[in-house]
Design a binder for this molecule. Structure first.
Ligand code: ZN
Length: 180
C-alpha cells in the first residue's frame, strides 16, 4: 500500500461543506487513514479530527479528549441529553474561537476500525468533541453555531481566512479552547 500523507484542508475548501459518504465496508485503507488522522491530530495537539478536515469525503473520525483514542467509522449520535456551552476551536477555522451550546451527554453508535459495532456514552468535553466531529461529517462548522457577538468578534479573522485560505501556520492556541 502506498504511504498516505495527510494535511489539513484549508478553510474554504468545498469538502469541508459537503456531507460525507457512508462507508459500506471497512478496509485496510480506512484503517491506514484513521491511523494517519490520529497521528496528525496528536501532532497539531487537537482533541478530534474528521476526514473532511484532511480532504477525505468519508465518514471517519478520530477523537482523544484525554480519555483514550477513538477511531470511528460512520458515527451517529443516537441520544442527546442536557446542555452545556464550551469555547471551541476548529483546526479548519484556525484562530477562531466560538462558544457553542451543545448537549451535555450523548450516545454515539459507530463501527470501530475493524467494522465491529460500538456504542459510546460520553459527557462533558468528550460529548462536545463527538458532536463537533459529527458536525464536520455533515458539512457544519463552528461558525454556523456562532452567536451574534461571536460572529462580530470573528468576522475579520474569517474574512482573512476566506481571502488567503488557512494554509498559513496554525495559530498558537490563544485561549483555552480545544482544537478539533
Ligand atoms: Zn473542527
Amino acid at each position: 500500500m502506498k504511504e498516505i500523507k495527510l494535511n489539513l484542508t484549508p478553510f474554504g475548501t468545498p469538502v469541508l461543506r459537503e456531507k460525507v459518504c457512508l462507508i459500506k465496508e471497512v478496509t485496510d485503507e480506512h484503517r491506514a487513514i484513521l491511523s494517519k488522522m490520529a497521528q496528525l491530530m496528536y501532532e497539531v495537539r487537537g482533541v478530534g479530527l474528521a476526514a473532511p478536515q484532511v480532504g477525505i469525503n468519508e465518514a471517519l473520525i478520530v477523537v482523544d479528549a484525554g480519555m483514550g483514542l477513538y477511531k470511528l467509522v460512520n458515527p451517529v449520535i443516537v441520544k442527546l441529553e442536557g446542555s452545556q456551552s464550551m469555547e471551541e476551536g476548529c483546526l479548519s477555522v484556525p484562530g477562531v474561537g466560538v462558544k457553542v451550546k451543545r448537549s451535555k451527554k450523548v450516545v454515539v453508535e459507530a463501527l470501530d476500525e475493524f467494522g465491529k459495532e460500538v456504542r459510546i456514552e460520553a459527557e462533558g468535553l468528550l460529548a462536545t468533541v463527538f458532536q463537533h466531529e459529527v458536525d464536520h461529517l455533515n458539512g457544519t462548522l463552528i461558525i454556523d453555531h456562532s452567536s451574534v457577538i461571536d460572529s462580530l468578534k470573528n468576522r475579520k479573522k474569517i474574512n482573512e481566512l476566506k481571502k488567503k485560505g488557512s494554509d498559513e501556520k496554525l495559530p498558537k492556541s490563544k485561549s483555552r479552547s480545544s482544537k478539533m
